[in-house]
Design a protein around this ligand. Structure first.
Ligand code: PLP
Length: 428
């Protein structure tokens, strides 16, 4: 690789900024669970592009499909091609929404959320309500419903974000396995009072980008009942949690609820091309009049081909079956880390994802270790940076930035997960 590529200008010229602890590494290659930097250092990638490289980096089957397609047909706008037709049909078969179903293909997660929002509005005009901790994208529209970094450019959709469950801090001390999602009682009351103003409610099957908070299935089931009572639409944003992260192509199916519209993105393009999809009840999907939505690169042959290949990997080649294996390896790693941790931590795991939450130390002054005087945020950041220096990439997240997220790709083996926890045990 040439010299100019390696030299870092002292003044950055890219305008995008990031406080991701891994943001200063120059990555040049990826294969399976690993990434390599420009100095040849290898990293276990347990960030997986925030779930956009669920099949690992440069999966040979996906690379082959991409290479085939590159010399066949890559881009046409708004015209028919076989890969699009097949993808729409496949997604319709897999949908968690009641049949008959139609699919709308988009170029990114945020655009797909906007399209679902437009469709919902066309079917039932009114406000779109989201949950706290939600992340649905950072476009001008989706930024208004994501519960973070909202600019006061547009008036917010609703002055209210409904509370998403925080089971580890349940105010009435209930357990998610046995509770009746009592935390939704107040939201139900609010929905009852405001139903006539509401178009739709959008929810993730677990909070993703804001720190991996999991909710029990009964929460979604009760939400569905509350929305259905008034004909309010339920939009299921599975951009991060679908395609195997929680265990199904659609997590909603596993959780036993039926959204009206469901959205996939991220790994749908195999980590190679951007593509997202809105899948929903035909009667609702048909309500957006012609001309209200289009994108130049949406549904292009290359993206559709890779989405078909990604679904084949998950279903035909049974990669979906690996979610529960990975889940059990993460779970046992987390439990043993918790037993041995010097710092108080809370751990949680669902599907192929795990969370380590650094808690406030009860007796900070008892130790000579200066790190014991640090806040949970600084400890979490230090863990992520030390993990990185030991060759493990993790994600720092949560509203307090004290949650460390592990999302390995589905190609990870037990020894990869063990290695990751060995690194974590040494750090702490
Ligand atoms: N919705 C969810 C649940 C997400 O996790 C994300 C991205 O992290 C988005 C929407 C936005 O997707 P994109 O970044 O492709 O626009």
């Amino acid at each position: 690789m040439d010299e100019a590529f390696h030299s870092h200008p002292s003044t950055p010229v890219g305008a995008q900024r990031s406080n991701d602890p891994n943001a200063d590494i120059l990555f040049v290659r990826g294969e399976g669970v690993y990434l390599w930097d420009a100095e040849g250092r290898r990293y276990l990638d347990f960030v997986s592009g925030y779930s956009s490289t669920t099949f690992g980096h440069c999966h040979p089957q996906l690379v082959k499909a991409a290479t085939d397609q590159l010399s066949m047909l890559t881009q046409i706008v708004g015209l028919k091609h076989p890969w699009r037709k097949e993808l729409e049909a496949r997604l319709a078969q897999l949908a968690p929404t009641p049949a008959p179903v139609k699919t709308w293909l988009a170029t990114s997660g945020a655009r797909a959320v906007e399209i679902a929002w437009k469709i919902a509005y066309a079917f039932r005009p009114g406000l779109l309500v989201a949950f706290d901790l939600a992340y649905h994208g950072r476009s001008m529209a989706t930024g208004q419903i994501s519960d973070t970094h909202r600019l006061p450019i547009l008036s917010t959709q609703s002055d209210r974000h409904l509370p998403f469950p925080r089971c580890s801090e349940c105010p009435v001390g209930l357990q998610p396995k046995t509770c009746n999602a009592e935390c939704i009682d107040d939201s139900e009351g609010w929905i009852d009072e405001n139903a006539s103003k509401l178009s739709a409610i959008i929810v993730e099957p677990a909070i993703g980008a804001r720190g991996y908070f999991y909710a029990p299935p009964q929460f979604f089931q009760r939400l569905q009942t509350a929305a259905r009572r008034y004909g309010i639409l339920l939009i299921d944003d599975e951009i991060q949690m679908g395609l195997g992260r929680l265990g199904g192509v659609f997590a909603a199916k596993m959780q036993g609820w039926e959204p009206d519209l469901a959205i996939l993105g991220k790994s749908l393009g195999g980590g190679i091309v951007p593509i997202a999809a809105v899948i929903g009840r035909s009667a609702i999907m048909d309500s957006l009049p012609e001309g209200y939505e289009s994108e130049t690169f949406a549904a292009n042959p290359l993206a559709c081909r890779l989405a078909l290949e990604s679904l084949d990997l998950l279903i035909r080649d049974r990669m979906l079956d690996r979610t529960h294996l990975i889940s059990s390896w993460i779970d046992s790693g987390l439990r043993s880390l918790q037993k041995k941790s010097k710092h108080p931590i809370r751990v949680d795991c669902q599907g192929a994802s795990g969370v380590i939450e650094i808690l406030q130390s009860p007796n900070k002054t008892d130790s000579n270790d200066p790190n014991d005087l640090s806040t949970p945020q600084t400890i979490a950041r230090r863990w992520v940076m030390q993990a990185r220096d030991s060759g493990l990439l993790l994600q720092l997240s949560g509203p307090q930035r004290n949650r460390i997220i592990l999302i390995p790709p589905l190609v990870a083996e037990e020894h990869h997960i063990r290695h990751a926890f060995n690194i974590l045990r040494k750090i702490n």
